[in-house]
Design a protein around this ligand. Structure first.
Ligand SMILES: [Fe+2]
Ligand SMILES: [Fe+2]
Length: 316
């Protein structure tokens, strides 16, 4: 697949960029407990995510659902995506703490790492509260994914910490950027998306620059290892975005519906679209090469045969 690649990000001085990010954080950070009206009821006449982003859109199973069921499914899918977001934020917080542990806390770079951890703490509370309001439950990743996350957060190296962060942040960001401006969607989901998009823009800048800065310092063996482990992270984070359990909320068999979603070209195209910017960045930086590329394709992130290539620039 050909994607329209972003130019390789210009890497600025580590301390200078961290100083700018700290200044921006001081000006525009949000406390979701104060900013969001958590007592407002969910508007059940609205979708939580645009219908064409729901995993079953366009399938036979979708045709069988009533409009109310489709809206209900959209709420559970947003809850599932937020649950995976929260799962990865918890992993990221530990990775950032490990990053800071080995470095000088008087630097802007480490102080921004602490600031990002604080942001992610607030985000995780926000996602947990939204998930509870939308679905009345948490969609925990399956046993294998949960425990692979446990290993990953303990052993990740520099490139894996920041590439993993950038991948998950970019996927969520694309969906949230689209959702936050769609006035037809549920207001709670829009409010959560707006806060997350503003603060994640800084996280992605920090991760992208640190990744590019650090990557070329690694030798061939370390690079091959990082590509392989990153492929696993990408595969598990993406294929678990929508828990099969969400389908129970509208009376569908989880196995049958998950199979339909896996084969659904609309759903594959959504994943390819959400990943297009980070795919372009990784491709350009040299992280997307070798056998790991097969895993990226299996996860539905490099498009499907015959589909038009997503345009990276359209998302900004
Ligand atoms: Fe976050
Ligand atoms: Fe983040």
């Amino acid at each position: 697949m050909t994607v329209q690649a972003d130019p390789k990000p210009t890497v600025t001085d580590r301390e200078d960029i961290a100083k700018r990010l700290l200044r921006s954080s001081a000006k525009a950070s949000y406390d979701p407990l104060v900013e969001i009206d958590w007592d407002a009821p969910i508007d059940r006449d609205r979708y939580a995510i645009a219908p064409h982003r729901v995993s079953l859109y366009g399938t036979e199973l979708w045709d069988r659902l009533s409009e109310d069921q489709r809206k209900e499914l959209s709420r559970h899918e947003v809850a599932s995506i937020a649950s995976i977001g929260l799962w990865f934020e918890t992993i990221l917080m530990q990775m950032l703490i490990r990053h800071a542990y080995d470095r000088d806390p008087t630097t802007n770079h480490v102080q921004y790492a602490y600031t990002e951890i604080a942001d992610e703490c607030r985000h995780s509370v926000m996602f947990a509260k939204m998930t509870h309001k939308l679905a009345g439950r948490h969609y925990r990743p399956d046993f294998i994914t949960h425990n692979l996350g446990r290993v990953f957060k303990a052993i990740s190296n520099g490139p894996l910490t920041f590439a993993g962060a950038l991948f998950v942040e970019e996927i969520l960001d694309q969906l949230q950027r689209e959702g936050m401006v769609d006035e037809t969607l549920d207001p709670l989901v829009q409010a959560v998306s707006r806060i997350h998009v503003v603060e994640e823009a800084r996280h992605m800048r920090y991760a992208r620059e640190e990744l590019i800065r650090d990557w070329d310092r690694h030798g061939a063996v370390s690079k091959a290892y990082s590509r392989f482990v990153l492929g696993l992270v990408v595969y598990f984070a993406t294929t678990r975005l929508i828990s099969p359990e969400v389908y129970r909320s509208v009376g569908l068999d989880p196995k049958e519906a998950a199979k339909a979603a896996r084969r659904n070209t609309h759903h594959i195209d959504t994943k390819t679209w959400a990943a297009r910017k980070v795919v372009a960045t990784f491709d350009k930086a040299g992280l997307l090469a070798g056998p790991a590329k097969y895993v990226w394709r299996r996860a539905g992130l490099l498009g499907r045969k015959g589909a038009p290539a997503p345009v990276a620039a359209a998302a900004a």
